[in-house]
Design a protein around this ligand. Structure first.
Ligand code: FPP
Length: 233
């Protein structure tokens, strides 16, 4: 079976999963976070080199103060734990998204995590936090516009590759497979440029219930599509 080199995941459905079981939404996020740790092990143990997950979108700030606070506390604890895991298996961690609006202590943890793992090359783990794809593209366009203003390049020099490189994911390959859990069939402002040629896999399973067997089903579907349509890229 052919493995995707890069999997991107929209980890949706924590809130609904918890509610259906009679728990508060926040419990769904705690279990979702737990599942992310487990699935990271599963994915990297399988030999998949790149994993990108959508943890918090620029739109998620509109949720209740209570829920945002709980999510931020989860990120704090999770990101702190991640350093040891990254060291163990030489995983480079990159937090993609806007840094504007994140609490100073979270920014400090992110900077430390990125700095301490920057030379690791075994696996690459991207966490989209305070992320919106249109915001990322806008920031990339501004970088290119600045190079034009400084006369480093002229507008005719702009290439697709240059735009790709201006994004937060600039130095990694695009995802081969996007997985979205919990029934919605939308991209929700996630990796709009990078997903141009990716296979999409949508499942009704909520993120806390998405385990290795469900991942294998997604990879099998990815393989099936490969066979039908010929080799991807
Ligand atoms: C979607 O569920 C999930 C989120 C908004 C956050 C994803 C967060 C985690 C999986 C937990 C922690 C992650 C990290 C990186 C520590 P939802 O609340 O939109 O569920 P719903 O669609 O059922 O309301």
């Amino acid at each position: 079976m052919k493995l995707p080199e890069h999997i991107a995941i929209i980890m949706d459905g924590n809130g609904r999963w918890a509610k259906a079981k009679g728990f508060p939404r926040s419990y769904g996020h705690v279990v979702g976070c737990d599942n992310l740790e487990k699935m990271c092990d599963v994915i990297f143990d399988m030999g998949i080199k790149y994993l990108t997950v959508y943890a918090f979108s620029t739109e998620n700030w509109k949720r209740s103060i209570n829920e945002v606070g709980i999510l931020m506390n989860l990120f704090r604890r999770y990101l702190k734990r991640l350093l040891n895991r990254a060291k163990k298996d030489s995983i480079r961690i990159r937090v993609i998204g806007s840094r504007v609006g994140l609490a100073p202590d979270i920014l400090k943890i992110i900077n430390e995590l990125e700095e301490k793992t920057k030379n690791y090359t075994n696996m690459y783990f991207q966490i989209a936090l305070n992320y919106g794809s249109r915001d990322e593209i806008m920031r990339g366009v501004k970088k290119i516009a600045e190079d034009i203003r400084l006369q480093k390049i002229s507008p005719e020099d702009i290439t697709e590759d240059m735009i790709s490189k201006s994004l937060d994911t600039g130095d990694i390959p695009d995802p081969d497979l996007l997985i979205r859990t919990s029934g919605e069939q939308r991209i929700s402002n996630f990796l709009l440029w990078q997903l141009a040629y990716s296979e999409m896999y949508f499942t009704d399973t909520a993120w806390p219930d998405f385990k290795k067997p469900q991942l294998m089903e997604a990879i099998e579907a990815f393989n099936g599509r490969d066979r039908r349509y010929g080799a991807v890229k």
